[in-house]
Design a protein around this ligand. Structure first.
Ligand SMILES: [Zn+2]
Length: 84
């Protein structure tokens, strides 16, 4: 399988998401993330989860993501993998 130079793996996409949501991501990185989201249902669902978490708490840190959101994430990825 050939990967596009701009292709993100899910882990990289997840690492960009909090910056994406608070607007601190560079335009270039944001485009790469959005391109990944178009192609990846798991990350799209995770971003939505993250958005809800931030809306509820006002802030999000790496600590806020653990453990239930990370649990949700791994479940999403398992489901996604099973479907592919
Ligand atoms: Zn992904």
């Amino acid at each position: 399988m050939k990967l596009l130079p701009s292709a993100l793996v899910c882990q990289q996409a997840v690492e960009l998401m909090s910056d994406y949501l608070d607007g601190s991501l560079s335009r270039r990185a944001r485009r790469r993330l959005e391109a990944h989201l178009v192609a990846c249902d798991a990350c799209t669902a995770y971003l939505e989860q993250l958005r809800v978490t931030i809306a509820a708490s006002g802030v999000v840190t790496a600590d806020d993501l653990a453990p239930e959101v990370l649990q949700t994430l791994s479940e999403l990825f398992e489901r996604f993998r099973d479907e592919s």
